[in-house]
Each structure stands twice: as C-alpha cells, then as structure tokens.
Design a protein around this ligand. Structure first.
Ligand code: NAG
Ligand code: NAG
Ligand code: NAG
Length: 224
C-alpha cells in the first residue's frame, strides 16, 4: 500500500520502455558520437566484381565492373538499355581501350595521364553524415566536388555513388575477391589496326559524354 505511490509500476509498460530506451540512447550514444572521429571510407578490395545499375537523367545502363588492382587493370562492360554493349578496358599505365565486339568492330584507344583508381582513392574524402539511400542506412562522403559516395553502415560495402554530372551508380552486387579470367582481358585485333584512332583526353571525355561511358570524373579523382 505504502509503496504504491513511489513505484514505477504506475507507468504504463510502453511508457516505461520508451523512457528506458531514451535513457539508453542518452547514455550510450552521446559520449561516443562526441568523442570519436568521423568514419572513414573502407578502401576498395584489390579485386572485386560488381554489377552496377547506372542512371543518368533517366538513361539506364548495367555495368559489369571488374576491378583488378592486383593486375593493374579495370574493366567496365556496359550494357545500354536495349542497346549495344561497350567494353571499356583500362590499364594502370594509362592505356585505355573502348570497343564493341559486334560486327561494327569499333575500337578507340586512349592514353590517359593517370591509371586506374587506387584502392584508397577515397582517402581524404569529407564525411557528411548518415543518409538512407536505396533502402540502406549509409555513411556518406564527398570527394573533391566530384563524387558523393554511400557505404552501408552495417556491412561497410558500397551502396551508391553519384558523380558531379548527376550520373548515379546503384551497387547491385559486390563480390570481394572475384576476378575475371585473363583471356577475357584480350583486346580484339582491330584495336591494333593502323586506322584505329588514338584519342586525346578531351576526345575521350567527349565520347564518354556521348556514348554514356563511365563518368570521366573517376579518372580525375585518381590523379588527386
Ligand atoms: C533515374 O533518374 C531519374 C532522375 O534523373 C528519375 O526520375 C528516374 O526515376 C530514375 N530511374 C530509375 C530506374 O531509377
Ligand atoms: C599498357 O599495358 C597494356 C597491357 O599490358 C599494353 O597493351 C599497352 O601497350 C601498355 N601501354 C603503354 C603506353 O605502355
Ligand atoms: C569533360 O567534359 C565536360 C563537359 O563537356 C567538361 O565540363 C569537363 O571539364 C571535361 N573534363 C575534362 C577533363 O576535359
């Protein structure tokens, strides 16, 4: 009888739970967020395969991305929606080939000033907080005004990135350690014909804009 007026049992169970939760939040979250440095992006694995859904103002592509730092090469196999497939093979020495494997036999090569992205290319990115994107709670960073990069808080895998041009990548799969077999990196013979145009950096940029290749910004970031 006496204890009734002082007992927490007076509160409805839900309210008690809410208060407990709030207390937990206050005690566990406040000190850690205040004292810890901002999260840093997880470096890219030295080899991975990813399927990306790209959207550039409503123009859609699927990219098979084979990142292979171990062998100094990077491959974007770009399926345009109901269109052709474009192969963008980049070597770490700056040589890149863009080609089709259909009867058109198109090939263009380029000598760029920088190689492929380094695994730590996101170092120094500016942390801007947490956001939910594609249904995943993510850490978000911005790098050099070129890219906004979203990484899943729970798994620390990339979920999404957006280039400064507005081109968006949605990461559909992320297979760490997956590597494409050597013979698939073979450039077709017509890339070595004397008539094959060798593009300048500006040309490549232009063709990227027109053909919808991977955003040129990534290569500029690589040189930062
Ligand atoms: C692609 O992006 C545009 C905005 O640029 C948006 O309206 C559209 O819904 C997006 N499409 C898909 C399939 O995400
Ligand atoms: C870069 O490496 C590739 C693959 O080994 C080779 O085909 C190309 O000729 C090299 N480019 C230069 C400029 O050495
Ligand atoms: C690539 O082209 C875009 C649009 O035409 C331009 O704004 C950008 O400065 C170019 N980048 C390079 C490296 O030439």
């Amino acid at each position: 009888m006496v204890t009734m007026s002082h007992s927490p049992m007076h509160y409805p169970p839900l309210l008690t739970t809410t208060i407990t939760t709030l207390l937990l939040f206050t005690t566990t979250l406040t000190p850690t967020t205040a004292n810890q440095p901002p999260p840093t992006p997880t470096p890219w694995p030295h080899q991975f395969h990813s399927i990306l859904m790209m959207n550039y103002s409503g123009t859609l592509e699927i990219i098979d991305l084979w990142y292979d730092w171990t062998n100094g090469r990077n491959f974007n196999i770009i399926q345009h929606q109901l269109g052709n497939v474009l192969y963008d093979l980049e070597w770490n020495n700056g040589t890149s080939f863009f080609y089709t494997l259909d009867s058109d036999r198109q090939c263009r090569s380029a000598q760029l000033e920088v190689g492929i992205l380094r695994p730590n290319w996101l170092d120094g990115a500016n942390y801007v907080g947490q956001r939910t994107v594609d249904g995943f709670l993510c850490y978000v960073w911005e790098k050099a005004d070129f890219i906004t990069y979203y990484e899943d808080v729970a798994s620390r895998r990339p979920v999404h990135w957006v280039f400064y041009t507005g081109r968006e990548a949605h990461v559909m799969t992320f297979e760490v350690g997956a590597a494409l077999e050597d013979e698939k990196w073979q450039v077709p013979w017509y890339c070595f014909e004397e008539t094959t145009p060798v593009a300048t950096m500006a040309d490549v940029n232009g063709s990227i804009t027109h053909q919808g290749l991977v955003d040129f910004a990534t290569r500029r970031i690589a040189s930062i």
